[in-house]
Design a protein. Structure first.
Length: 445
């Protein structure tokens, strides 16, 4: 439905092939599953048929208890080849029609562009469906909070698509920090070389909508506008646009921030400050530098801990980068501890430095698990989905705060998470929640 640039899927596809199966929450709301045996079929539908949606639906449906029964896509033809494997699959052009007609569903995956994560996810949860939602959980902060609240209140099984969360590499990194391998954490620097932004102005033209593509349905909750071709919006570059994507933050922030957030056991940031360029009227910028200040935890040194994000061409300062060895990974993090340094490439095993200090260090044995199967197992009452919305919601909120901060360069925004508002720069609060297009309002949002 909403395809991604193929190159951005490479590492995900490698991970899909390499992950191992494991189990992990409990079912709710779908009555026939409450006392069902483990062999009970999980009837699943996908919102999206191409790109990351294809990876998600294929991975979820590879679980022996799952039956894929429906797919919705604004380009229905993208799902036609799925009929070879699932000949009884029902294909919809309108996600709302799928939710209305498919009465026996157990679960769904929401693998669309960012702007439709919340409308579809909320609508599914209000019907009692368990939800696997792609990252970032939503486009806006208010949406994230509401999805987190509803999932928790309804006791639904949820999982965000940060599949590396379940990998051995990221689990090992968390273990090392929490075991104190490098001491208390003083600060963390994390980065991505991706450039989901654009300095150019929006082209002033209207192009023909491709045959078989429902542009109005793709826009969804966003305001109407003319279609612009050559990939400006669809299928490749919607991440760059303010209304539809969340820039490099949304694409990679939830992945790369994840082991930092988990290892340090941080809560909501106290403040966030951007020292990179601001977005223009239509597109996110690149080369971000975002400084977060979190309350300290048992794993950090001091009452607060600083975490800084960089993307595009921006990188940690030379004195920090030099601690990682001769060359920084293209994406990853560096944890500065009181006893040493940990470099965590995205995606590879963590490295403890200086080498001579850890030459006799014995790495703990940590295994990975299949992130998608973990979600299905949890629906059947076999364990817990580890990136459920109780965890993924606060993580996404932290990431999205960086997006808001980028609109106010060199201003420190103070954040009150309980009230879901900025306390010192009131104009920033307009970006906490946006108004949906008339006729596209969603109950619960």
């Amino acid at each position: 439905m909403w395809a991604m640039n193929p190159s951005s899927l490479t590492s995900r596809r490698k991970f899909i092939k390499s992950t191992l199966v494991s189990s992990l929450a409990f079912p709710f709301f779908v009555p026939r599953l409450l006392s069902a045996p483990p062999s009970q079929k999980v009837l699943h539908a996908s919102f999206g048929a191409g790109g990351m949606a294809r990876a998600d639906l294929t991975s979820i449906a590879s679980h022996p208890s799952v039956e894929l029964i429906a797919v919705a896509d604004v380009e229905p033809a993208k799902a036609n080849d799925l009929l070879k494997k699932w000949p009884d699959l029902r294909i919809y052009a309108d996600w709302r029609e799928l939710l209305q007609k498919e009465k026996e569903l157990t679960s769904v995956n929401v693998s669309t562009p960012d702007h439709m994560h919340a409308p579809i996810g909320m609508s599914a949860m209000r019907k009692g469906l368990h939800v696997y939602g792609q990252k970032p959980l939503t486009h806006d902060l208010y949406e994230t909070r509401r999805l987190t609240e509803v999932a928790h209140d309804k006791k639904l099984v949820t999982q965000m698509g940060i599949q590396i969360h379940s990998s051995a590499e990221y689990r090992l990194a968390v273990r090392l920090v929490q075991d104190g391998a490098i001491g208390k954490i003083k600060e963390v620097h994390t980065w991505s070389n991706k450039k989901w932004g654009d300095v150019a102005s929006k082209p002033e033209r209207t192009d023909p909508v491709p045959a078989g593509f429902n542009w109005d349905m793709w826009l969804g909750v966003c305001e109407e506008r003319p279609f612009i071709g050559n990939g400006y919006y669809h299928p490749a570059n919607w991440r760059k646009r303010l209304d539809f994507g969340t820039g490099t933050f949304g694409d990679m922030g939830c992945h790369i921030y994840d082991p930092v957030f988990k290892a340090l056991a941080v809560t909501a940031p106290i403040s966030v400050r951007s020292e990179g360029p601001a977005p223009n009227e239509h597109s996110w910028a690149t080369d971000a530098i975002i400084h977060y200040v979190f309350p300290g935890t048992e794993y950090t040194e001091g009452k607060t801990v600083k975490v800084t994000w960089y993307d595009g061409s921006s990188r940690p300062p030379a004195e920090v980068a030099s601690l990682a060895g001769p060359k920084l990974p293209e994406q990853g993090s560096i944890f500065l501890g009181t006893k040493g340094v940990m470099v965590l490439p995205h995606i590879a095993r963590p490295i403890l430095l200086p080498v001579e200090d850890f030459k006799d260090f014995k790495m703990p044995q940590v295994t990975g698990s299949n992130h998608w199967h973990q979600f299905v197992d949890a629906i059947q009452g076999k364990g817990k989905a580890m990136a459920n919305f109780d965890y993924a919601g606060p993580l996404t909120e932290a990431v999205l705060l960086g997006s808001v901060a980028s609109r106010f360069p060199n201003e420190t925004l103070e954040w009150n998470a309980k009230k879901l508002q900025f306390t010192n720069i009131s104009k920033a609060n307009q970006y906490v929640r946006r108004k949906y297009r008339k006729g596209w309002e969603v109950a619960g949002l």
